[in-house]
Write a protein that binds this ligand. Sequence first.
Ligand SMILES: Cc1cc2nc3c(=O)[nH]c(=O)nc-3n(C[C@H](O)[C@H](O)[C@H](O)COP(=O)(O)OP(=O)(O)OC[C@H]3O[C@@H](n4cnc5c(N)ncnc54)[C@H](O)[C@@H]3O)c2cc1C
Length: 449
Amino acid sequence: MDKKKGSKVGRPTAIRGRGEAQWNCPRWLLVAAFGAVVALLLATAVSFRGFLKLWISPWDAGKYSGMVEDYGCDYETVNRLNEEVLHPILQELVKTSFFRYFKVKLWCDCPFWPDDGMCHLRDCSVCECPDNEFPELFKEPSKARLADNMACQEGKPQAAVNRTLDNPWTHDDETDNAGMTYVNLQLNPERYTGYSGPSARRIWDAIYKENCAKYPSKESCSEQKVLYKLISGLHSSISVHIASDYLIDEVLQLWDENLDLLHDRVMRHPERIRNLYFTFFFVLRAVTKAADYLEQFEYNTGNSQEELKTTQSLVRELVFNPKIRAACPLPIDEAQLWKGEEGPELMHQIQKQFRNISAMMDCVGCEKCRLWGKLQVLGLGTALDILFSGNVTSNLIQPLQLERNEIIALINLLNRLSESVKFVHEMGPKAEKLVKGKVNATPKKNSSQ
Ligand SMILES: Cc1cc2nc3c(=O)[nH]c(=O)nc-3n(C[C@H](O)[C@H](O)[C@H](O)COP(=O)(O)OP(=O)(O)OC[C@H]3O[C@@H](n4cnc5c(N)ncnc54)[C@H](O)[C@@H]3O)c2cc1C
């Protein structure tokens, strides 16, 4: 049948009865009408999903429900466990004199490029401890690591990756006292410092592009993905701390939360939240795996016996906590990683990447960010050491040996992550509603203009 003729015949007219008009309707018109209805239904579903996403809290909407990746524990349980058990213990623990002093070299030159960082705010600087403030016992190294007198890595990027160390994941060495200072972490909280721009961007770019690409290839192995998730989770945590303690007014020195920033940098990227939880759990897993070692460690600072007992009992409460063990009984099985022939080579490669990241902390152009960057990367390196060292060639397994500074870094890192998880859980939904409210309040452009 010719198309023109067909279309004329099919068009319903006023003089035809209803039934006639339906029967004579051409097939193309029915198909078009059906298509339109399907499209309408799809559009409604999509916009309803968008509506749900914006108005229901991300926890309620199931955005972050279910299992934390690679861990036998769901988000709700992690949040509850953190708020009821971990956060209160850790907050107490990091105030003790053992855990509040961190030994650090703050003034090494960047081994990768000329220093270009500038941070003008006074909150960029770190107030170092006067010599008489930190515990006398801390002046002695806690244990003899391979003493190789590692100095700063100036101008020797390779030196940062070729050393033979006890902890092959990091390049910090507590036995070398030259240029080391002690910092009271309680007086130098990680918070907004104003450090940003090309210097900060260059470091994050170098970390992600050169040392832990998100997915270097489609076949990218689980081990590479773990490294990416850990760094991304740490990055999320730093952003959360900036958002939770932000300088709203420099003149008035007014500090408050910045929920826009929280939303922009973290909440609107579900993957970054997932990585934060992953990193939190990873470090917690390391702490509980090293429970016996941590329990036995010498926490004496020369202060009162009372304080020593408090520190020891808080450590025990943390590492042997039955609620933690009962709540999430199936953690990541680290023995599943580094399998196969290429296991040892892969381990060396990823250790080298991580040491590069560690060395890159000397390029951070803001003192306080450098302090916390170094501490947290050392904490992550310690967690990696606890969980992975010795997994590749079982005949080389050595008993765990940690330096005092590594334990301080590990526990302070866990505390920072615990704070971030708590803030995201409590303030995330509010940040999302706030941003949605602003979007709704924006006057719509007049269509006739
Ligand atoms: C080690 C280090 C420590 C720092 N500490 C502080 C501090 O204590 N206080 C302070 O005020 N500033 C700190 N900064 C600076 C801060 O991290 C930001 O770089 C700065 O605030 C500028 O932020 P931005 O919006 O440009 O994005 P950035 O946070 O610099 O992010 C750069 C890019 O990385 C990607 N990205 C961001 N977050 C993630 C994530 N979670 N996972 C994967 N990719 C991501 C995005 O593509 C983003 O555009 C630190 C920087 C570094 C490198």
